[in-house]
Design a protein around this ligand. Sequence first.
Ligand SMILES: Nc1ncnc2c1ncn2[C@@H]1O[C@H](COP(=O)(O)OP(=O)(O)OP(=O)(O)O)[C@@H](O)[C@H]1O
Ligand SMILES: [Mg+2]
Length: 233
Amino acid sequence: MLSVNRLSVHYGPIRALDAASIRIGRGEFVALLGPNGAGKTSLISGIAGLVRAQGRVLFEDREIGALPTEDRVRRGLTMTPEGRHVFANLTVAENLRLGAAIRRDREGVAQDIEKYLGLFPILRERNHQLAGTLSGGEQQMLAIARSMMSRPRLLMLDEPSLGLAPRIVAQMFDYISLLKEAGVTLLVVEQNVMQALKHADRAYVISSGIIRHEGKAEELRSDRRLIDMYLGN
Ligand SMILES: Nc1ncnc2c1ncn2[C@@H]1O[C@H](COP(=O)(O)OP(=O)(O)OP(=O)(O)O)[C@@H](O)[C@H]1O
Ligand SMILES: [Mg+2]
């Protein structure tokens, strides 16, 4: 579904991503793991078109590397940035509608809002509350639900569990797994290595901008050497 070929990202003289290649099959849940500053956000931002990148990005067999972000979203490729980017002064419902800004099918949008309020019942309770007054976990759920409103076929999540209490982290992974069951392909950046490997099908490990390992999540879970070397726990 997605084939990224030798993608590089530079910020001035800093090489954040160095010829990274990854592939994701339809319906897969792939984890992207690595230490702070490894280039995880740079990789998915490059795929989403949020930063300038050299290399090739093929999405459903089409080269999308030159398209603006919005056109990638239209084709079904969406990224939820790190750190709960919700519109604080808009309500939950308004945030969800904004997520569907590129869509013209009003009925479908209304149906999807119902769908995601069903998936995240706490958001239904808070539907008319300003997003800025939600708890961190609730804002994170809203950020994911809002991304889903663009109807992505491939959703990239940047550290969805960041800053959440352990009990909520587990819940977040359960929700993400529900998205997979609903047919969404997932690329998820995570610091919560073991939780991510428990839910993902496959994982990439990146450090210093270079992909170091690719393999089944289950196998990586028991690979002490790799985990000690790159993932530090
Ligand atoms: N806008 C920027 N300007 C300059 N350097 C940047 C910029 N964004 C990232 N970098 C640098 O690029 C490298 C990779 O950063 P990136 O954010 O991709 O890492 P990351 O793996 O997502 O890290 P973290 O786990 O801390 O989120 C880091 O050395 C970082 O300092
Ligand atoms: Mg990051």
